[in-house]
Write a protein that binds this ligand. Structure first.
Ligand SMILES: Cc1cc2nc3c(=O)[nH]c(=O)nc-3n(C[C@H](O)[C@H](O)[C@H](O)COP(=O)(O)OP(=O)(O)OC[C@H]3O[C@@H](n4cnc5c(N)ncnc54)[C@H](O)[C@@H]3O)c2cc1C
Length: 380
C-alpha cells in the first residue's frame, strides 16, 4: 500500500516514522520550506509521549525536553492560588516533558530519514477514483497513492475538500503571542500560569529555557489592535504584576520572531471518506489550554498505523472506519476538556475572575482536566 501524507507536522511525521518502522511505503509533502523555524513549545503528557517507546525514541525525547514537575496557577496579581504536583500522575503513567515543535519534528525525522519528504510543496487538490487517489501538488506535478492522509493542520484544505465547511470553527475571540526566554534563573521544571482578567500568561519548561504564552482578547492585544508594536503587548501583560516582569521584558519591542496564534478549534464531522483519512488537528483541532493537541495527534498516528498494519489496499474502508471509531469520541472528549479550561482561563470581567480564583483554590487536577486524567488508564 502506498500512502501519501500531506503535512509533516506532529501527526504526519509520527505516522511516517511508524509506517517506516514496519516497512510500509510512504511519501510526505510539507508546505513549509524546512523545519528550521522551531515554532512554539509543546508540552507532551504520557498520552502522546508513550508513542516514543514504540519508536525507540523515548531516551532522545527525554534528553531533548524538560520535565514538567509542578503546575502552579496564580491570580492576576501574581499570588499563588494552587500548586499541583504532577509527580503522582507521572509516576503511574510515564514521563511528561516540554520540547520545541521543531526539535520534536527533527527527532521523528530520525526514524524516517529515508522516507521522501518534499519541503516547500503543498497538496493543492486530489481526486479519489475509488481505486486510487491522484494528488495535485503546488509544483505543478501529481502523484498517486492508495491512501491520502490529510495531516495538514487546523485549517486543513483536505478536510474542506472532503466535507466542505462541515462546521464553523469554535472561536474564543482570544489569541496569544508566544516567545522563548533563555538564561533564566526561574525553576526549570515548573509550569506556571497567571490567570488575570482579560489577560493570561503561561510559562512552560523547555530544554535550556522557558516558553511564554501571553493570551488576551484579539480586539485588545491582537495584531489588529497593536500592529507589530511589542511595547503595547508588554504594557497589557505588565498589569499581571512584577512577578512576570522578567518574562514580559524579554519580548522584543518589534515582536520579532513571534506570531499571533488565534485561539480557535475545529471538529470534523468525520475522520475518513473513501481513500482519504484525516489525522491530528485536521480531524479534531485543539485550543492549547489543556496542552493535549500534539499528544492526540501522536496517539492517532499510532492507531492509524495499527489499523493500516492489519489490512491491505483492497480493504481500506474497514480499517479507516475502525480508526475513526477508536479515535473520534476520545479526541472530542479531550477537546471538551480544553474548551472547559479555556472558559475558565479566558475571562474578561474582574468580578468573574475573582470568583474563578476562589473556586480554583479547591479544584483538584482531576476536576480541572477530568478526561485527560481518566483517559490515561483507558484502552485506546
Ligand atoms: C501556541 C500553541 C501552543 C500549543 N501547545 C501545545 C502543548 O503544549 N501541547 C500539545 O499537545 N499541543 C499544543 N498545541 C497544539 C498542537 O500544536 C497541535 O495540536 C499539533 O501540532 C497538531 O499536529 P498536526 O500534525 O495535526 O498539525 P501541525 O503540527 O500544525 O502540522 C500541520 C502541517 O501541515 C502543513 N500543511 C498545511 N497545509 C498543507 C498542504 N496543503 N500541503 C502540505 N502541507 C501542509 C503545515 O505547514 C504544518 O507543518 C499548541 C498549539 C499552539 C498554536
Amino acid at each position: 500500500m502506498k500512502i501519501i501524507i500531506a503535512g509533516a507536522g506532529v501527526g504526519g511525521m509520527a505516522l511516517a516514522a511508524l509506517l517506516r518502522q514496519r516497512g510500509a511505503t510512504a511519501e510526505l509533502y510539507e508546505r513549509a520550506p524546512n523545519f528550521d523555524h522551531s515554532g512554539y513549545m509543546l508540552g507532551l503528557y504520557p498520552v502522546g509521549a508513550r508513542v516514543f517507546h514504540g519508536l525507540d525514541l523515548m531516551d532522545d525525547f527525554v534528553a531533548a525536553s524538560e520535565r514538567m514537575a509542578t503546575y502552579t496557577v496564580c491570580n492576576g496579581h501574581g499570588e499563588e492560588i494552587h500548586t499541583y504536583e504532577l509527580g503522582p500522575m507521572l509516576d503511574q503513567f510515564g514521563y511528561s516533558g516540554g520540547i520545541m515543535r521543531g526539535e520534536l519534528l527533527a527527532l521523528l525525522r530520525q526514524r524516517c530519514a529515508d522516507v521522501p519528504l518534499h519541503f516547500g510543496t503543498s497538496v493543492t487538490d486530489f481526486d479519489d477514483s475509488g481505486e486510487q487517489v491522484t494528488v495535485q501538488l503546488s509544483d505543478g506535478t501529481q502523484n498517486t497513492c492508495d491512501l491520502l492522509v490529510g495531516a495538514d493542520g487546523i485549517h486543513s484544505g483536505i478536510r474542506q475538500k472532503l466535507f466542505g465547511d462541515d462546521a464553523p470553527d469554535h472561536e474564543t475571540g482570544w489569541g496569544c503571542w508566544v516567545w522563548i526566554v533563555r538564561n533564566t534563573s526561574r525553576p526549570a521544571t515548573a509550569v506556571r500560569e497567571h490567570w488575570g482578567a482579560g489577560r493570561f500568561l503561561g510559562v512552560y519548561p523547555i530544554k535550556g529555557g522557558l516558553g511564554v504564552v501571553a493570551a488576551g482578547p484579539s480586539r485588545t492585544v491582537g495584531p489588529e489592535a497593536v500592529g507589530r508594536d511589542g511595547r503595547k503587548v508588554k504594557e497589557h501583560f505588565s498589569a499581571l504584576g512584577p512577578s512576570v516582569s522578567d518574562l514580559v521584558d524579554a519580548l522584543p519591542d518589534d515582536l520579532g520572531g513571534t506570531f499571533w496564534w488565534k485561539l480557535s478549534d475545529h471538529r470534523s464531522k468525520s475522520w475518513a471518506k473513501g481513500r482519504v483519512a484525516l489525522l491530528g488537528d485536521s480531524a479534531c483541532a485543539f485550543l492549547p489550554t489543556a496542552g493535549v493537541g500534539a499528544s492526540i495527534a501522536l496517539e492517532s498516528a499510532a492507531v492509524l498505523d495499527d489499523e493500516l498494519g492489519r489490512t491491505d489496499a483492497c480493504f481500506l474502508a474497514g480499517a479507516l472506519a475502525r480508526y475513526e471509531e477508536r479515535r473520534k469520541a476520545r479526541a472530542e472528549a479531550f477537546q471538551a476538556d480544553s474548551r472547559k479550561l479555556a472558559s475558565m482561563m479566558m475571562i474578561e470581567s474582574v468580578g468573574m475572575s475573582w470568583g474563578r480564583d476562589q473556586l480554583m483554590k479547591f479544584y483538584t487536577l482531576d476536576m480541572l482536566a477530568k478526561t485527560i486524567a481518566q483517559s490515561l488508564a483507558k484502552p485506546i
